[in-house]
Design a protein around this ligand. Sequence first.
Ligand code: SAH
Ligand code: F3S
Length: 424
Amino acid sequence: MKKVYIRTFGCQMNEYDTTKMFDVLAARYGAEPTDDPLEADVILFNTCSVREKAQEKVFHDLGRVKELKRRNPDLVIGVGGCVASQEGEAIVRRAPYVDVVFGPQTLHRLPELIEARRRQDRPQVDISFPEIEKFDALPEPRVEGASAFVSIMEGCSKYCSFCIVPYTRGEEISRPLEDVLVEVAQLAEQGVKEVTLLGQNVNAYGKDLYGRHGEGAFDFGDLIELIDRNSPGIERIRFTTNHPKDFTRKMVEQIARAEKVCEWFHLPVQSGSDSVLRRMKRSYNRKQYLRLIQWVRELIPEAVITTDIIVGFPGETEEEFRETLSLVEEVQFDAAFMFMYSERAGTPAAKMEDRLSVAEKKERLQRLMEVQNRVGRAKNEARIGKVYDVLVEGLDKGKPDVVFGRTRGNILVTFPGDASLRGQ
Ligand code: SAH
Ligand code: F3S
């Protein structure tokens, strides 16, 4: 087993998990990554089920590798991630040429699954949630480049009524503090300058491990402070994603004080309407969200604020939708990911009445994008003529003389330069 090809769908958590899949296969077989599925001995799909479109892509892509498997019966085909977690055995029923199916919490068992597949001559499925075992079983991270992700918690216990994540990734579990610090140190030793602390909901960090209040309590703000002070070599610390409900003023203060922590806040709001937020089970209202924005702007005036918004949630009226438009005007987000509501089987919202038609959802998305694009453009125009530190990630789409990177505020920038600037 020499070459591994992994196709990654969806979120940054999946990108992180993909690096871990490469790590386990490298540690066990000395396997190396490849960009070319045609030369791969192992082809893995790290899937996403958060919205319908992402989910459909998986079966489409699987259909394409079927032919490769026919030509090379030794080829190992695996499906991991959230679609695997949700569909389990159904994947091998629909695509019998798939050898292994594994979930976000069992990816460290990949070598065992592949070996069991060979011994037993039938597909192997393991989509259990064996708590934090994953991290104890993972080899040291190996990285290329100056940026890396570090998972600080897995899963989500928020159960927003539209969202599949708690069902596919399991409940919130924090990684012990020492493990996070060790991983950051290992990355720094390999030349990493920028780490992004990852979780579905990083602001809930530590509650399950260290309690919520009183002696021994240790939360996300404390973690940020500790990493900021104890990670020589690391120059930038980012964190994503946040849940507005768990973001306290104390955390914003700690972030403001921490020198290496970047001025970027991704604060998914989902809707500007209190009644929709209630139906979504987001557990904050518009006023509380705006208060959080105010803390951020007050303590970190240069902060870049981005968000996620869903339009066309079941029963969303024109009036409720307009409250989202007015929130976007009021907050002045630097950027937003904007989605049409997509029904996810098994979630409470899937059983709600008054579904909007695709045409209605499209129309609202269009209107929202017009407002946000105008706001975002004005924000970018206000930056013309300013000077920013940019950490260069690489060449811009294969052009030999243009590089791209990000400001501390996570704004993507391109400028003339060559490959020698990577990591600078
Ligand atoms: N943990 C993150 C979200 C993870 S999913 C949070 O706290 O918000 C990423 C984004 O996908 C969500 O913020 C939401 O905007 C969108 N999303 C999730 N489920 C969706 C659905 N059923 N339909 C449309 N968009 C959805
Ligand atoms: Fe999904 Fe809500 Fe958690 S959007 S990931 S259930 S915070």
